[in-house]
Design a protein around this ligand. Structure first.
Ligand code: SF4
Length: 335
């Protein structure tokens, strides 16, 4: 999986081709993600085998609501990210990666899978930071997990080039993609990235058969206008389909956006209403207690299928992925 090429410009330089940033790295230089390094003319993944976080979470925390509801998921992170979002809540591990490996213990992919087996987790999440910049490690863990009958969930900003994405999608069952905004200037100014490659990744994931859920964190005055929400909802509807779950998540002041206020509840309710009116069938509200916005309803007859409160499933009336009242199958991975 050599996602790099020697540049003609300088013999000792290599272009990392993993993500759209295409960093040109001289000897011993590290890319913008803080993870990939030119070591003796080869790009190495400095975080391979060194997770900086390992937890067992409810799957609802990712959030993925249409994937084995109520189950536990082994959740791991490696340090680093190729985005630099001013609102990042995990910036200590996504942006300050120096010496994290020295504090971590080497855990090969097979041992990650063993942890999932030992803790009776049917799936593994690659989450908290950006799993795709530690591409080789994430890929090897995903492959080992499938060999052991475990499922894989990527929680990602999906800022990656098409070829490696297609390659890893063979081993990915579900993903929550953080669609930060539907505005390219927002992506540039707030995240240090661009919108277009993310949209392309979403299409590739869908074409590869990955069950996709999308999260949009609404930040007051930066990406929360009704117009933007409408554009985002329409794009999801027309490109990924009406059944794609969309989570509007509440922002809390942190990191470089500490001066802003938390997202008002009305903004989240308004966004949900716009997305539902656009035609999306499963629209959720996150980081705010809101009965309806946390529950799953049958897209056909409207019956309550899954009742949640926070990360807890209170009721699940589905049978074999279908509504018991009208027998309509519901988008997701349920068994
Ligand atoms: S993965 Fe990292 S090193 Fe490679 S192009 Fe992206 S930011 Fe640069």
């Amino acid at each position: 999986m050599p996602y790099s090429q020697v540049t003609a410009r300088m013999k000792s330089s290599i272009t990392c081709t993993l993500c759209p940033k295409r960093c040109v790295l001289g000897l011993n230089e590290i890319g913008d993600c803080g993870v990939r390094k030119n070591e003796s003319g080869t790009i190495v993944c400095a975080t391979y085998g060194y997770p900086c976080a390992l937890n067992i979470d409810p799957v609802e925390k990712k959030p993925v609501f249409h994937f084995l509801p109520g189950s536990s998921i082994l959740s791991m992170a490696t340090a680093g990210c190729n985005l630099h979002c001013k609102q990042c809540q995990n910036w200590r591990i996504s942006q300050q990666i120096h010496s994290i490996n020295e504090l971590s213990k080497y855990i090969p992919p097979e041992d990650i899978v063993t942890l999932a087996v030992d803790h009776a987790c049917p799936s593994i999440a690659y989450t908290y930071t950006e799993p795709l910049v530690s591409f080789e490690y994430t890929y090897d863990c995903c492959r080992a997990a499938h060999q052991a009958g475990k499922k894989n969930v990527l929680v990602t900003a999906a800022y990656i080039n098409p070829e490696p994405l297609k390659q890893i999608c063979k081993y990915v069952d579900a993903a929550n993609v953080d669609l930060k905004s539907f505005s390219d200037p927002f992506y540039e100014a707030i995240c240090g990235a661009r919108l277009k490659p993310v949209l392309k990744s979403l299409r590739i994931m869908k074409d590869s058969g990955v069950m996709i859920e999308v999260t949009n964190l609404l930040i007051p005055k930066l990406n929360d206008s009704s117009e933007e929400t409408k554009k985002l909802s329409d794009w999801l509807l027309n490109t990924l389909g009406e059944n794609t779950p969309l989570h509007f998540s509440r922002f809390f002041p942190q990191n470089q956006l500490e001066h802003l206020e938390a997202t008002p509840a009305e903004t989240l309710l308004n966004a949900r209403s716009i997305a539902l009116k656009s035609g999306l069938k499963h629209v959720y509200i996150g980081n705010l207690s809101h009965g309806e916005g946390e529950c799953t309803y049958c897209p056909n007859c409207g019956k309550l299928l899954i009742e949640r409160s926070g990360y807890t499933v209170l009721l699940n009336t589905m049978k074999n992925g279908c509504c018991q009242a009208c027998n309509r199958s519901v988008y997701g991975i349920w068994n």
